[in-house]
Design a binder for this molecule. Structure first.
Ligand code: FAD
Length: 379
């Protein structure tokens, strides 16, 4: 039987980065993935690093997002140095384009909301927005610049994180699906694979949208898949520096010249197929935002499954079973939240205290009737 200080179910960016932190803290860490690690949501993502809330329900996550964004430069430097690989980090800001005729009121509401949450945001006139980003449509009426936001090439990050974790001493086991949590009374003793048990003092579930399928996890992490379709474009005559948003779409420039466009949000089960309707929606919104993209080549289309939770907030921290910890449910923000998740889990395991208030994200919140009613009210 394999024995570790910490056994992690799932080798996506959350499991990988948590393994890296814990291995660097001197713990013996094993990461078990049912396939090659890093091939699910963390591969499919757009890699935008933005703590700005997409809906009122997401405001609860802003402090965590801000803390994580501020950790990013050091996190990237560490991962790149240990792995010897680049992550395609682009700290160039993001720009949200507004098209409506009532932009003046909309703009001041957005700016006030951002400032109220302690987020940097600057209003831009259309001509200033187009000077910064000439690819923007002439129909843009105003824009919001969020200068400290960023993006990262999540596929490169994923590879680099796994390599850094390995080089720091974590052991990674591909093709090792976790079937069940191994409980002994009120203690978690590790987990059960197909034909063997893995023993660990601490067991972390970081299996993304599949976490719930591990026996013994559903009551702590009732996650479901939320499909997102994406398109990668390449256009020699369109240059985009920052992440661009409209209310329908985002465009994300990569260092290799690709421009990613996405994404749909669909609750259709564990289905990763791209569809004509999904890709059509993305392409027409992309061309509306940056019209010259009409001539772009389509290089790749794909879909991935975000780990969604009932209140769309992450599920982080200890459970009521000794040694069993959740790190999942990051929905649309898992790349952003990677450094803070890894740090908080490491702090909890090595010091039993954390530097951020994470009670709102407790895995125990799905068990109280009051909490359930509050979640439904948010849906
Ligand atoms: C289209 C799209 C766009 C996105 N855009 C952004 C963005 O711009 N910014 C942002 O911050 N976030 C974004 N996200 C969300 C982000 O990608 C996810 O929140 C994040 O990748 C989740 O990471 P994870 O490690 O929890 O899950 P995953 O990357 O899904 O990893 C889970 C791992 O667990 C493994 N596994 C599954 N079942 C088992 C089992 N039983 N035993 C062992 N291993 C198992 C899987 O094989 C996989 O390797 C996007 C997601 C998608 C799909």
């Amino acid at each position: 039987m394999k024995t570790f200080d910490v056994a992690i179910a799932g080798g996506g960016v959350i499991g990988g980065a948590t393994a890296l932190e814990l291995a660097r803290a001197g713990l013996r860490v094993g990461v078990f993935d049912r396939q090659q690690p890093g091939q699910e949501a963390s591969w499919a993502s757009a890699g935008i690093l933005s703590p700005a809330p997409e809906s009122p329900g997401m405001i609860a996550m802003v402090p965590l997002g801000k803390a994580s964004l501020s950790l990013y430069p050091d996190f990237v430097a560490q991962v790149e140095e240990i792995s010897g690989q680049s992550t395609g980090f682009r700290p160039k800001g993001t720009l949200e384009a507004l098209f409506s005729k009532d932009t003046r009121e909309e703009l001041s509401t957005i700016i006030a909301l951002h400032h109220g949450l302690g987020l940097q945001a600057e209003p831009l006139r259309p001509e200033d927005a187009r000077e910064l980003e000439p690819a923007l449509s002439e129909e843009v009426e105003a824009a919001v610049l969020r200068p400290n936001e960023a993006s990262i090439d999540n596929r490169s990050l994923m590879n680099a994180v796994l390599e850094a974790a390995r080089r720091s001493g974590a052991e990674i086991f591909p093709g090792s699906g976790v079937k069940a949590i191994w409980r002994e009374g009120n203690r978690c003793a590790g987990f059960q694979l197909q034909n063997e048990k893995v023993e660990a003092k601490w067991t972390i579930v970081a299996a993304g949208c599949f976490s719930e399928t591990i026996e013994g996890v559903a009551k702590y992490a009732p996650v479901t898949p939320a499909k997102g379709q994406m398109v990668a474009l390449r256009a020699d005559d369109v240059e985009i520096q920052r992440v661009l948003w409209s209310d329908k779409i985002y465009l994300v420039p990569r260092n290799d010249g690709r421009i990613l466009a996405g994404a749909t949000v669909e609750h259709v089960g564990f289905d990763k197929r791209t569809t004509a309707g999904g890709i059509q929606k993305i392409l027409s919104a992309a061309i509306e935002l940056a019209p010259d993209l009409a001539n772009a080549r389509i290089e790749e289309t794909w879909a991935g499954l975000r780990p969604d939770s009932p209140d769309h907030l992450p599920i982080l921290g200890p459970t009521d079973v000794d040694g069993l910890v959740m790190a999942t449910g990051h929905f649309r923000s898992g790349i952003l939240l990677t450094p803070i998740t890894a740090r908080l889990i490491r702090q909890w395991i090595t010091e039993q205290r954390v530097s951020e208030d994470w009670s709102r994200f407790s895995p125990l919140r799905f068990q109280s009737a009051g909490a359930e009613a509050a979640q439904h009210a948010l849906d």
